[in-house]
Design a protein around this ligand. Structure first.
Ligand SMILES: [Zn+2]
Length: 271
């Protein structure tokens, strides 16, 4: 039997005439997982318990993308194991390869998500897990320290009460530029977050100049990054550049996910 990835590759080849950029694989919505009671549980009714998943669209697209990325890049499973754990990555790939979609979602929910991120309720003999929310909360925020970045800044004024500052972020939030500049808006906004710069110190009454260092990844450049662009208008994301530089590493843009305004970028092998 072909693995899911082989099936995906074959379907791309078969649809060669169609516009491939519109091809966007997503896991099937929802899912029902049945747990059978063991032999010792003869006296209890029912003999099986169902777990029903609702509103899984907040993870369906990204789990599929994660699978495709891991298959397309030989080193990524090993690199991602450093953040997610080897067992998780192996289990994830095996479940996806074998089309066990509901189980792979449960793996994500129980292994990576925090309890308060989903609502669960018991309805008759089934447990319902509701993933209502957005992809940033339910997927991106749970990528451990994969995308952690840090930027330091120093104020030129020796008497500044907060002379040395450190700004550490776990996700990458790209804010739209405040003025309307010339050039590519997305590239400029990414540079605004990552590049070194000098600005007036915001400390009240300081008046010094604050020098920001380049923002760097805390644990090395990750294999892929999700840019959270929730504050953008969707029309601004119509023209996404092919490449983006993040902290001296070149990333190619995989997919603008316009439904919730997030962009996925993967690291380039050759720079
Ligand atoms: Zn200052």
């Amino acid at each position: 039997m072909k693995t899911l990835f082989e099936e995906i590759k074959a379907s791309i080849k078969n649809n060669y005439n169609q516009d491939r950029s519109f091809w966007r694989p997503v896991l099937p919505w929802g899912g029902v997982f049945t747990i059978k009671a063991g032999r010792k549980a003869v006296s209890c009714t029912p003999l099986y318990v169902e777990i029903r998943l609702k509103n899984t669209c907040t993870i369906d697209g990204f789990l599929m993308l994660l699978y495709v990325i891991l298959n397309e890049n030989e080193n990524f499973p090993r690199e991602l194991s450093l953040h997610f754990g080897r067992e998780f990555v192996d289990c994830f790939l095996y479940l996806m390869d074998t089309y066990s979609f509901t189980t792979v979602k449960l793996l994500w929910i129980w292994d990576k998500m925090e309890k308060q991120q989903y609502k669960s309720e018991v309805y008759k003999a089934s447990l319902v897990i509701d993933l209502f929310g957005n992809e940033h909360d339910n997927f991106t925020k749970n990528l451990e320290n994969l995308m952690s970045t840090i930027q330091e800044s120093y104020c030129s004024n020796w008497r500044c009460p907060t002379r040395v500052q450190e700004d550490q972020q776990r996700t990458i939030n790209i804010n739209p530029p405040q003025e309307i500049p010339h050039g590519n808006l997305i590239r400029l906004a990414v540079d605004e977050l990552f590049c070194s710069k000098i600005e007036l110190c915001e400390e009240h009454g300081c008046g010094g100049l604050r020098e920001f260092s380049q923002r760097v990844f805390c644990h090395g450049a990750p294999p892929f990054v999700v840019l959270n662009m929730q504050h953008w208008k969707s029309e601004d994301l119509a023209y996404v550049p092919y490449y983006l530089d993040l902290s001296d590493h070149k990333y190619y843009t995989c997919l603008p996910l316009s439904s919730n305004l997030q962009i996925l970028v993967g690291r380039c092998h050759v720079i």
